[in-house]
Structures are given as structure tokens and as C-alpha cells.
Design a protein around this ligand. Structure first.
Ligand SMILES: Cc1cc2nc3c(=O)[nH]c(=O)nc-3n(C[C@H](O)[C@H](O)[C@H](O)COP(=O)(O)O)c2cc1C
Length: 194
């Protein structure tokens, strides 16, 4: 069956039930939808995956993991969003990404030639950049293409209201630009074989 719309998948958030990172990712995914793509969202908290064990198969994550892997593999592009923990991605985020190792034996492997847009939130007034850089490295190792309009949300506690809505116009504008870039790149790279 021919798919009409591009599918963009968001992966991220934190173990905090009221996660600023998840709020930013949800905002980004709503913008992706406005750009005409279909959205899938994976909240790392709800995936509840155990620490990845390379000696165990895909069964270690149950049906949730199988669904996650298939949905991710068949997507055309991604937005990854992690809080900054000690200058890099959180352990919980990285653990979910480690499961993408199961996509290494598919053809093409991993997330080949698909764009990844990146959002990082940090509590410090200079933060997010090293986390974005970490995710760029992850993207390249998954054979994906890192977007360029990635968003670092510094002092994140200042930019979300009590309903966890982003209050800062600059951040909203930057996330919109990132969402558009990911959808544009996903369309351009869809039929690209390297
Ligand atoms: C274990 C831990 C480590 C953190 N390390 C950093 C850090 O290195 N730099 C920084 O700016 N913020 C750091 N923070 C603050 C978080 O990045 C920030 O509060 C983030 O926006 C939380 O996202 P969340 O609401 O999605 O959980 C840390 C928070 C925790 C809990």
C-alpha cells in the first residue's frame, strides 16, 4: 500500500512525569503535523525498558519494544529530545537509543539516510550544546543525518508555564524551524540510496 504522508517519530522526554523535555517534544511534533507529516511519539518514561542487555534478544523489552522498533524503522525522520544530565544525554534516553542496535541487521541498517532533529533542555544558563553534540554523534552512528536547526533550551525551568506550555517566543520559533527542516529533509532523502 502506498503511504501518502511522511512519518516523523519523536523519541524523548525524561523519567519526570512533568517533563519539560517532553513538553518541548510534544510542541515540536504538533509543528511537524502542521507541516503535513504524520506523527508518532514515544515517551521514554512510558516505554519502561529495562537496561539494555546485548546478550538478550528483543524479548527483553516485550511487545512494547517490538512495536517501538518497527515504528521507528518505518519512519521517515525523527526528533530526539533529551534533558542534559552531566553535560550529555540522560541515561534513560541513551538506554532507549541503545535498543536501536536491534535495527542493525535490517536492510538498510539502523536509521540510514533519515534526518534527526534534536532538542536538549538544561537547567544551567549555558547548557544543551554538548547534549546536542552527543546526539549528533549518536545520529551519525545510526547512519542518520543530523538536522542543523537543533534547539538547546537553557534554564528550562524559566520557559514553561504551569500547564507545561513553552512561554518563550524565541524557543517556539526555533522549534518550528526545526520541525519544518526535519519534514523537508525527510521528503528529500526518502528515496535516497547511498
Ligand atoms: C541528574 C541530573 C543531572 C543534570 N545535569 C545537568 C547539566 O549537566 N547541565 C544542565 O544544564 N542541567 C542539568 N540538569 C538539569 C536538567 O537538565 C533540566 O532540569 C532539564 O530541563 C530537566 O528536563 P525534564 O523536565 O524533561 O526532566 C541535571 C538534572 C539532573 C536530574
Amino acid at each position: 500500500m502506498k503511504r501518502e504522508k511522511l512519518i516523523i517519530t519523536g523519541i524523548g522526554g525524561s523519567i519526570e512525569p512533568r517533563s519539560n523535555t517532553m513538553a518541548a517534544l510534544k510542541f515540536a511534533m504538533a509543528e511537524v503535523e502542521k507541516c503535513g507529516a504524520e506523527c508518532i511519539l514515544f515517551d521514554i518514561r512510558k516505554l519502561e525498558l529495562p537496561i539494555f542487555n546485548p546478550a538478550k534478544g528483543v524479548e527483553q523489552g516485550g511487545e512494547k519494544l517490538k512495536h517501538f522498533l518497527d515504528a521507528v524503522y518505518h519512519s521517515d525522520g525523527y526528533i530526539f529530545a533529551s534533558p542534559e544530565y552531566h553535560g550529555t544525554v540522560s541515561g534513560a534516553f541513551k538506554n532507549v537509543i541503545d535498543y536501536l542496535e536491534f535495527l542493525g541487521s535490517r536492510k538498510p541498517p539502523y536509521l540510514s539516510n533519515k534526518p534527526i532533529g534534536i532538542i536538549a533542555t538544561g537547567g544551567g544558563d549555558i547548557s544543551g550544546i554538548t547534549t546536542i553534540q552527543s546526539i549528533i554523534n549518536i545520529a551519525h552512528n545510526l547512519r542518520a543525518i543530523a538536522a542543523s536547526n537543533n534547539v538547546a533550551i537553557v534554564s528550562s525551568f524559566k520557559h514553561f508555564d504551569e500547564k507545561n506550555i513553552i512561554t518563550n517566543e524565541t524557543i517556539r520559533r526555533r522549534i518550528k524551524r526545526l520541525a519544518k527542516e526535519v519534514v523537508d529533509l525527510a521528503g528529500k532523502f526518502k528515496h535516497c540510496v547511498v
